[in-house]
Design a protein around this ligand. Structure first.
Ligand code: AMP
Ligand code: MN
Ligand code: MN
Ligand code: MN
Length: 277
């Protein structure tokens, strides 16, 4: 068995179709793939119910607020049509559109036009900063994505707009209501101190969260061990996924991330009862 439990299609900021992701996962020898778009589940409806050679796990990645910081919570095995989930994702998508509009207004003040029209030309349901980054590169305003985040989209950027996400509690309760397992996405990418990460794991667990990602693309071995021990010490399950966005970014290909080590396997998410139900 080989599972990739975090990936994005073009319904959020991925570059490819859900069908492409499924084909890629099969080519790369996976047995399970979770599609986890930012605040949207449209990819799941676009797929045939039965995949012969691959188990497709229905997922989502919800952006939320925890102590004024932004944290991403993945939901796995969710029922996308659950009313509470539909309501939350609708609100999150509206927030994304409002934020994109505000970024467009700021760009226009800088004499840069066309962001709104660009969004309308895309197949995405969730409007993300990755799309704005692509637009700025296309317009030759920045050389690459990294630079757009540094000078335009990040906290100190020229067109930064604060996001108005739901709370951590809300994201977890909604995932649980929809029958899913809540997972802290890429915990090492938030630049949190160890003390803060432990606090996050404790708050997350007390709200009904059950797992953390213990491996993802480009994770360093020290962080991987740290997250494993964090999960084991708090009886949290360990998930793992590439956070795939684009087949042209070969360093984050589907299935490409370090395997969970032997100790981590003791709490691997595939031992969760929902994996087998
Ligand atoms: P959003 O959820 O709309 O704020 O967009 C966040 C997305 O932008 C993430 O899911 C990443 O795919 C991408 N992203 C965030 N930070 C960076 C960065 N520094 N460089 C490139 N892409 C980034
Ligand atoms: Mn993304
Ligand atoms: Mn994320
Ligand atoms: Mn992601």
């Amino acid at each position: 068995m080989k599972a990739d439990l975090h990936s994005h299609s073009f319904f959020s900021d991925g570059k490819q179709t859900p069908e492409f992701l499924v084909q890629r996962a099969i080519e790369n020898g996976l047995s399970h793939l979770a599609i986890t778009d930012h605040d949207c589940t449209d990819a799941l409806a676009a797929l045939p119910a039965d995949q012969d050679r691959l188990v497709v796990i229905k997922g989502v990645e919800i952006s939320c607020q925890w102590n004024s910081m932004e944290v991403h919570i993945v939901g796995l095995f969710i029922s996308p049509q659950h009313a509470e989930m539909l309501d939350l994702l609708h609100v999150q998508q509206q927030q994304r559109k409002l934020r994109a509009q505000a970024m467009n207004d700021k760009l226009e003040l800088l004499g840069i036009h066309g962001l709104s029209a660009y969004f309308e030309s895309l197949p995405c349901i969730s409007y993300t900063r990755s799309h704005v980054a692509d637009f700025l590169v296309m317009q030759k305003i920045c050389k690459n994505r990294q630079k757009t985040f540094k000078s335009y989209l990040g906290k100190r950027g020229k067109i930064f707009v604060k996001s108005n996400w739901c709370s951590l509690t809300k994201a977890i309760s909604c995932i649980n209501a929809a029958g899913g397992i809540a997972v802290i996405a890429h915990p090492g990418r938030y630049s949190l101190s160890k003390r803060k990460l432990e606090q996050l794991a404790d708050d997350f667990k007390s709200c009904g969260g059950e797992a953390i990602e213990g491996s993802y693309s480009n994770i360093d071995p020290i962080m991987q061990k740290y997250l494993r021990d964090l999960a084991l010490s708090r009886s949290l399950y360990l998930s793992a996924g590439s956070d795939f966005h684009d087949a042209n970014a070969h360093w984050t290909d589907i299935g490409k991330f370090p395997a969970l080590d032997q100790q981590a396997q003791k709490n691997a998410i595939w031992l969760h009862p929902k994996w087998h139900s």
